[in-house]
Design a protein around this ligand. Sequence first.
Ligand code: NAD
Length: 270
Amino acid sequence: MGTTKIGIVGCAGRMGLTLARQVAASEGCVLCGGTEVVGNENIGRDLGELAGLGSNGIMVQTEPAALFAAADAVLDFTVPAASASHAALAAENETAHVIGTTGFEPAHQSAIDAAAGRTVVVQAANMSLGVNLLLALTRRVAATLDPEFDIEIVEMHHRHKVDAPSGTALALGRAAAEGRGVPHDDVAARGRDGITGERRPGDIGYAVLRGGNVVGEHSVVFAADDERIALSHSAGDRSIFARGAVTAALWAQGKPAGLYGMADVLGLQD
Ligand code: NAD
C-alpha cells in the first residue's frame, strides 16, 4: 500500500497541532492539508510553522469539502456539530474518518452512524492505548465483582475543557455497566449536590474536576465495605491520543465501511 494522505480538520487546535506533529513523525503517511473554522486567526498561516515543524507549505484553509476529496483519511478533533457535518463529506468521498471529538448529542451521533454505512469511521472518546486497556479491565472487573461494590468514576482535565463528564469517563461508565449487564443510562449518577439522599444501590457515580493544564486523569473506583479497588490512567501528553489517531488512519485503509472503535484498531476485543 502506498503513502496514506492524511488531512486534519481543526488543525490549529490543541489536538490539531499535536496531530500535525504526529503525522510528520510517522512512517507511511503524509500530511495533505488542514482546515479551521471560518474566523480562526490561523487561517492562511503555514501549518508546519504553527506546529513547530518548520514551514511545510500547507496553509490552514476553511474548505473541508476539498480536504475530504483529497485525503485518504481525515483526523477530526473539533466540536460535535462540525464532526457531524464532516461525517457526510467522509461518506460522499469514501474517505476514512477518525473522530476523537467528544460531547455528541444523539442527532450528531446519528449523522456519524449514517456515514459509517458508506465509509470507514473510527470513533473513540480516547485514542490512547492505556485508556483502551483500562476500558477492557473495567468491563472485566465489573463483571467479576458482585454488586455490593459501588462503582465511582473520577476524572480531572484542564480548565479549557467544555464537556463534562469527559467522553472517556462516560466510556468507562458504559464499560462498567456492560460488565454488570445493566443499561448505563438507568444507573448513571452524573451530578450530586445538596441533600441527595443515600447512594442508590447499583448506581455508577461520576465526579468531575477541572483545573490547570491537566491533560487527562481517570480513575474507576470499586468500593465495598472494608475493600476498595482503583484502576487509574494518567495522560502526560496529548501525543498519546495523536499516536492512536494516526494508527487508526493507517489501519482504516482498505477496511470495509463501518463504525469501528480503538479496540478494533488495537486488537483488544475480548
Ligand atoms: P481545541 O478547542 O483546542 O481544538 C478544537 C479546534 O477545532 C479549534 O481550533 C476550533 O477552532 C476547531 N474547529 C471548531 N469548529 C470547526 C469547524 N467547523 N471546522 C474546522 N475546525 C473547527 O480542543 P482540543 O483540546 O483539541 O479538543 C478537541 C476535541 O477532541 C474535544 O472534543 C476533546 O474532548 C477531544 N479530545 C479527544 C481525545 C481522544 O483521544 N479522543 C483526546 C483529546 C481531546
